[in-house]
Unconditional design. Structure first.
Length: 393
């Protein structure tokens, strides 16, 4: 009896079994999985069930972040405390883990993590963490110690004693995004390059169609930078007028192509993008290609957006807006044009409607608009009661 082998996707020496996901995403996930395995190999054996728990309960990138935080904490225990006698994190025993208290974790987060030095081969790097980063480390350790308590590897739930970390409440007025006139100036810049220096125009001439396509996708769909960077030629179905993206937690979503997006993508593909036959196999399906004929990296896309927005904002290139600010621009622009916050939530893939409501609350000059239409005295015909004029002659 003949049996068919499953279809596969290969990349060099790697072969991926048939999947709906494009090869570049499978390769990216493979690299994260390998990084997670490497971290797990540096941690104690009794955390094997915890690793399995993370694998099935959180997103892949979250799993990596948790593991990195936990390894960092265990390295701290070995190198900077007397709590353990182990020479490495992997040698820490269950008896030593039971000695860890909430106070130890509070000192690690509130004292050590706020300011520490990373030793490199030829230099030292000073790291300072603000409350948002400290809060994430606290979350990682909370997940770990709650699991250990549930599995009876800890005698008590020490997370009850973790110090709170105050995070600033998101304020609509603090949301940075481009106004409509600034968006128009951004599109004009990528079209004509009129604000660029002579050197910048040299590069702009080579990439203007690509850059315009990137900017239009950001401000139309509010894509996350990873969603845009992962786009392929095969992501687009022009006959059906849609393209596929993969969102957080691996959600596969079909996005409709409007006329503007279709036009800039087709112009880029037909007029500027290198022929796929000229590219290495690993990059031949990538949509956005660098001048080095490789898939653009997240860093290069971020730098590109900061460069363009810096010119529009008339500021230093380092102070230009990130792609996430263009995501905020898309959200506020859609809401300003009258679209429902629920529709915008769906388009931008917000988990919580309260996130979208922040953009709905942010309207330019809303305070000025209210008070300018609510005058008490400007049109008053009342007379000064102290006036000597009489109503009767």
């Amino acid at each position: 009896m003949n049996s068919k082998k499953p279809s596969s996707k290969s990349n060099g020496n790697l072969t991926f079994e048939k999947s709906n996901k494009p090869q570049n995403l499978l390769l990216q996930e493979h690299e994260i999985i390998e990084r997670c395995k490497s971290i797990e190999s540096q941690l104690p054996y009794f955390l094997d069930d915890f690793f399995l728990y993370l694998k099935s309960s959180v997103a892949l990138t979250t799993r990596q972040a948790y593991l990195e935080d936990i390894l960092f904490f265990f390295q701290y225990l070995v190198q900077h405390t007397q709590k353990v006698s182990a020479d490495s994190p992997s040698e820490i025993s269950t008896d030593e883990i039971k000695l860890i208290t909430a106070k130890d974790v509070n000192r690690f987060i509130g004292d050590y993590c706020t300011h520490y030095i990373v030793e490199k081969e030829t230099s030292q790097k000073i790291v300072e963490n603000q409350n948002r980063s400290l809060s994430r480390k606290k979350s990682s350790l909370s997940v770990l110690f709650k699991f250990l308590y549930r599995e009876e590897l800890m005698d008590k739930n020490i997370t009850d004693g973790f110090n709170p970390i105050k995070l600033p409440k998101p304020q609509p007025d603090a949301i940075k995004r481009l106004d409509i006139p600034e968006v128009q100036e951004l599109l004009k810049l990528v079209e004509f390059g009129h604000l660029f220096t002579k050197k910048e125009r040299t590069y702009w001439e080579k990439t203007k169609f690509r850059d315009k396509a990137i900017i239009v996708l950001f401000i139309t769909y509010g894509l996350r930078i990873s969603e845009l960077q992962q786009l392929n030629l095969s992501s687009f179905n022009f006959s059906r007028g849609e393209f596929r993206i993969f969102r957080k937690r691996g959600k596969e979503v079909e996005m409709p192509l409007n006329q503007s997006a279709r036009q800039v993508i087709e112009e880029y593909i037909n007029l500027e993008r290198p022929n796929s036959m000229e590219l290495e196999k690993v990059h031949e399906d990538a949509l956005f290609i660098s001048l080095q004929n490789r898939r653009m990296t997240i860093k290069s896309i971020r730098n590109l957006i900061k460069k363009y927005t810096a010119h529009v904002l008339k500021t230093d290139s380092r102070k230009g807006y990130s792609p996430h600010k263009l995501r905020a621009t898309a959200a506020t622009s859609l809401i300003a044009k009258g679209f429902s916050i629920y529709d915008v939530q769906n388009l931008l893939d917000h988990d919580n409607i309260t996130t979208t409501q922040l953009y709905a609350a942010h309207k330019k000059d809303v305070k000025r608009g209210i008070v300018s239409n609510f005058e008490w005295t400007a049109t008053s015909d009342s007379k000064d009661p102290n006036s000597s004029e009489s109503d009767e002659e």
